[in-house]
Design a protein around this ligand. Structure first.
Ligand code: ADP
Ligand code: ZN
Length: 594
């Protein structure tokens, strides 16, 4: 029996040889060590943390087959393709496969490293018999939260997995999920028969994602700027189908890049075709509702942009998490406006009362993320119960600290003007009253005789708009039915001097903004571009997406290191033995030419 140190040493060799990676990421080593020791584990790892490697790698080391339960056939075929590209002997057993007899024979003979199945299969008696007749290395259960009714994704079929696994008690279990609160975790452990000490939780930080949150002035133009500056595939999330159609047309025209729409209102074939095109592409932008992204494993998404606020911090984390899964620099840009919060708060009134408190808390948390002059990542990670450093160095506010203004006095003036004008006017009217504007409507209503008329001077006037946004974001002002504003939340505390209001210095100039959101992955290195072109050709030939051949990071590394031999090329992270053999000569030839 090998010792723990020997096992992890062997695992590291395999990591290099089969996957072409230098190091384990985060908790991967810990999880793999448990699997190799025959212990059962529940690994909670955020999207992009590299869950699949934790069973694929042991599967290549252990005798017998690793049976992988995965709920989405599309995802399975993706996985299969990536595994096979690394020379792993993998197969799927689904209703759409036509090589079932061959798969079953190979499985029985112990000639498969990985066998992917859908959870429905677990309840089929002949599959149970098949399992009993084949050598097994490991049970891997993907999206394991589906076994719990506490999770948001309960699937009854997952309940059949326990008896299936219990029939082979000597085979270790590895359950994997990205989403599980404490309650769901405990439930998954007991439902799948994994001991409590088998729980391994990875941190939520995604250090390669740069967070930037900006006020939306002209959304289409701001996004078009982003598309021009940031190369590589990207996703733009828009709140409604109509907005998706509108934005995708505008962005296609303005940026000259391939842009496609995706939402539930499109015919199924068109949706599938757009998704496939996106997965295969190196520079396409998908404008989509949040219906897009579930179950898409595209590691080289270079940016995710939100054209309006997401539903919650959880949703924001999940949606932005689709960027940069290959570990390369990626950008998450959110554009927000006061109206987004106003609408969301208005919708709160329409839901059942029992849920309102929770929903309001979610919205408040999101507002704090948007409004903070501090580190975005710190707010995010604290929200998930972590204790991050004060500054991350890779978000807009860390890269260029905004100055903070105490505007409590101005806020009191603003709120009392809202109050004194009867809580039924919108921003424009209140602003006119405060700056003492010559205005027919103001005079007609007698608002020029109020004590708040003209109490805001010219240099403070430019702060009224950002102040109003901030007050709406935190819920001190909420919209009325007729487009006015009324006091709510902590407005009274502010008026009484019991709560302070700070805002971030109003928006920087366009040029400053450019600098702040600069693409981490600039175009232009001719060798890098030539390597990408070769990758495109090879990918087209093999009918796989380009990232299956090599990741961007690998190509960039090649362009920088300029290896002169197969041996040198093999040193580059991401170049495993199998890929070296298949593509090495072609890539060396391109490097020699440049
Ligand atoms: P998850 O399922 O956790 O969302 P994946 O398993 O799809 O994540 O992995 C995300 C990406 O990270 C994949 O492209 C994978 O090849 C890459 N990856 C995984 N482990 C490593 C590692 N140790 N070093 C470098 N890249 C890795
Ligand atoms: Zn930061």
């Amino acid at each position: 029996m090998a010792t723990a140190v020997e096992r992890i040493g062997d695992a590291r060799d395999t990591l290099r040889r089969v996957f072409g990676f230098e190091q384990f990421r985060g908790v991967q080593a810990q999880v793999i060590e448990r699997v190799l020791a025959g212990e059962s584990t529940l690994a909670v790892m955020p999207t992009g943390a590299g869950k699949s490697l934790t069973y694929q790698l042991p599967a290549t080391m252990l005798p017998g087959t690793c049976v992988v339960v995965s709920p989405l056939i599309a995802l399975m075929h993706d996985q299969l393709r990536s595994a096979r590209a690394n020379g792993i002997r993998a197969a799927t057993l689904t209703s759409v496969d036509d090589d079932r007899a061959a798969t079953i024979a190979a499985f029985r003979a112990g000639e498969l490293d990985l066998l992917y199945i859908a959870p429905e299969r677990a309840s089929q008696p002949h599959f149970r018999e098949l399992l009993a007749s084949a050598p097994l290395a490991l049970f891997a259960v993907d999206e394991a939260h589906c076994v719990s009714e506490w999770g948001h994704d309960f699937r009854p079929d997952y309940r059949q997995l326990r008896p299936l696994m219990d029939a082979s008690p000597q085979v270790p279990r590895l359950a994997l999920t990205a989403t599980a609160d404490a309650h769901t975790r405990a439930d998954v452990l007991s439902q799948l028969g994994i001991p409590p000490e088998g729980l391994v939780v990875a941190g939520f930080d995604r250090p390669n994602i740069r967070y930037a949150i900006r006020h939306r002035e002209n959304g289409a133009r701001q996004l078009a700027d982003l598309l021009r500056e940031q190369c590589g595939p990207g996703i733009v999330y828009a709140p409604t189908r109509r907005k998706v159609d509108d934005l995708s047309a505008k962005l296609a025209a303005a940026s000259g890049r391939p842009v496609l729409p995706y939402h539930a209102g499109l015919p199924a074939e068109e949706r599938a075709a757009n998704q496939a095109a996106f997965v295969a592409s190196e520079d396409m932008v998908m404008v989509a509702t949040i219906a897009f992204g579930m179950g898409i494993d595209k590691p080289d998404v270079r940016f995710v942009a939100h054209a309006g606020i997401p539903k919650s911090i959880e949703a924001y984390y999940q949606e932005t998490g689709r960027a940069g899964r290959d570990g390369d620099p990626a950008l998450a840009l959110m554009l927000w406006a006061a109206g987004d919060f106003a609408q969301a708060r208005q919708r709160l009134g329409e839901i059942e009362e029992a849920r309102q408190v929770g929903e309001r808390a979610r919205l408040d948390a999101l507002a704090r993320l948007v409004e903070t002059p501090g580190c975005r990542r710190a707010v995010l990670l604290r929200h998930f119960g972590e204790d991050p450093p004060e500054r991350c160095g890779n978000c807009d506010n860390c890269l260029e600290a905004p100055s903070v203004l105490d505007v409590t006095e101005l806020a009191r003036k603003f709120l009392s003007a809202v109050y004194r004008t009867g809580q039924s006017f919108g921003f424009g009217h209140v602003q006119k009253v405060l700056v003492g504007a010559e205005d027919e409507r103001v005079r007609q209503r007698g608002h020029d005789r109020l004590s708040v008329f003209g109490i805001v001077g010219a240099d403070e006037a430019r702060l009224l708009q950002p102040l109003s946004r901030a007050l709406q974001a935190r819920g001190s002002l909420v919209p009325t039915e007729h487009g006015g504003l009324r006091l709510d939340g902590d407005a009274r505390a502010i008026l009484k001097g019991d709560a302070a209001v700070e805002i971030v210095q109003p928006p920087p100039t366009r040029k400053e903004r450019r600098r702040r959101e600069q693409a981490p992955n600039p175009v232009g290195d001719p060798l890098f571009e030539a390597l990408r072109a070769l990758r495109r050709e090879l990918a087209a030939e093999a009918q796989v997406p380009p990232y299956v051949i090599f990741h961007d990071a690998t190509l960039r590394e090649m362009a920088a290191a300029r290896p002169a031999s197969l041996a040198e090329l093999g040193e580059i992270p991401g170049v495993g033995a199998r890929k070296l053999e298949a593509y090495g000569d072609a890539f060396l030839a391109v490097i020699r030419q440049h």
